[in-house]
Design a protein around this ligand. Structure first.
Ligand SMILES: Cc1ncc(COP(=O)(O)O)c(C=O)c1O
Length: 398
């Protein structure tokens, strides 16, 4: 089928929830993808942070091949070797003692919300301690409760009534968090670096004092690292930049090396609030995706991708700073490692379109923030090429 036919078929049969770009990505390799007509693109959005080890990494493919010839699925009725191994690996790499597996970031957060409520119920009795403070401009997913947790009304419109029990504080504003907390509060939940909200980085003093405050009040601290976790920011987990450990953390996007997986990590005293029957997922932690995730973590380690994200992030940011000096419409460059936002004085959609025309895939979030999430395997030459394209497109817009 050609591009036009695929677009027509999609428009006819797929629900219209995505404002799709007229591009059919046909195949990928490393930091590059090709469309149906064979046109090559540098992929600096990598499936919105999913393809962190690049497209079709041979080690992911061989893990999939090996596992698929053995067992694709068997249900959580039984013990699953790759799932147990993956849980052990994630715990040994992080603050956590236990993991619950699901299939997406929203589901990972949904499990975290349920577990926080269970924790609150254990502390103060059912229905007495269930409120969660989240941040304005946050994004936690599209299920009803993660929508309610998301501090942006634009996503919530039309879906009332949303589950109650969420209050929103401005990001980086501890006084406001304190003001919203009551005896009903069981947790504070936030992204250490907000992704969809425009690449906003938490201040160290905010997270440090928030941790102290949560400890004093007996409230859980939950970090949503669905977008910023697993190496992207130049540390394996974003919380490690701050030396502030959460009680729970959620992961998803890159963990499955391109396959769907979500993970909710918790310390033992929190995880123990869940008992058999409290939460479940048919596909969560399925053997195939866990085999891919184990391969993903091995690649990150073997190829030194955390260090690489830091190094390449600095290289890329230096280039972007040069663009900022040249183009006054660039307001700010934000982010850590290879999670970078460039705030413009105007909406970014046209720039995204022009970049695509020149063979560079990026996206725009919060209307005017160009977002760059390249694969962590990106090379200096790829960044140089992206810089050339941005320079050309910015000059044209100018
Ligand atoms: C920080 C954060 N949390 C949760 C989600 C939801 O993840 P998913 O789309 O896999 O449900 C996203 C998705 O962009 C995200 O960026």
């Amino acid at each position: 089928m050609n591009t036009k036919q695929i677009m027509e078929l999609d428009k006819r049969y797929v629900m219209h929830t995505y404002a799709r770009i007229p591009l059919v990505v046909d195949r990928g390799d490393g930091v590059r993808v090709w469309d149906k007509d064979g046109k090559e693109y540098l992929d600096f959005i990598s499936g919105i942070g999913v393809n962190a080890v690049g497209h079709c990494h041979p080690k992911i493919l061989s893990a999939l091949k090996e596992q698929s010839q053995k067992l694709l699925h068997c249900s959580n009725l039984y013990y699953i070797e790759p799932q147990a191994k993956l849980a052990e690996r994630l715990c040994s790499l992080s603050f956590a003692d236990k993991v619950f597996f699901s299939n997406s970031g929203a589901e990972a957060n949904e499990a975290a919300i349920k577990l926080a409520r269970k924790f609150g119920a254990r502390k103060a009795g059912e229905g007495n301690c269930y409120e969660i403070i989240t941040m304005k401009n946050s994004f936690h997913g599209r299920t009803l409760s993660t929508l309610a947790a998301t501090g942006q009304t634009k996503y919530q419109k039309g879906f009332s009534p949303l589950p109650y029990g969420f209050k929103y504080a401005p990001f980086n504003d501890l006084d406001e968090v304190k003001r919203l907390v009551s005896e009903k509060t069981c947790a504070v939940m936030l992204e250490p670096i907000q992704g969809e909200g425009g690449i906003n980085v938490a201040k160290a003093s905010f997270l440090e004092n928030l941790r102290k405050f949560c400890d004093e009040e007996g409230i859980l601290l939950i970090f949503d690292e669905v977008q910023c976790g697993l190496g992207r920011t130049g540390k394996l987990f974003a919380y490690q930049h701050y030396g502030v450990e959460p009680d729970m953390m959620t992961l998803a996007k890159p963990l499955g090396g391109g396959l769907p997986i979500g993970a909710t990590l918790a310390k033992e005293e929190v995880a123990s609030c869940f008992e058999p029957g409290n939460h479940a997922s048919t596909f969560g932690g399925n053997p195939l995706v866990c085999a891919a995730a184990l391969a993903f973590l091995e690649i990150v380690e073997e190829e030194g991708l955390v260090e690489r994200a830091k190094k390449m992030g600095t290289y890329f940011k230096d280039k972007l700073k040069r663009l900022k000096e040249r183009f006054s419409f660039i307001r700010e460059i934000r982010g850590k490692g290879l999670m970078i936002g460039v705030e413009l004085e105007f909406e970014g959609a046209e720039i995204v379109k022009e970049c695509r025309r020149e063979g560079l895939l990026i996206n725009c979030t919060s209307e005017n923030v160009l977002r760059f999430l390249p694969p962590l395997i990106v090379e200096e030459e790829d960044i140089d090429r992206a810089f050339e394209i941005l320079n050309k497109v910015f000059s044209r817009v100018c």
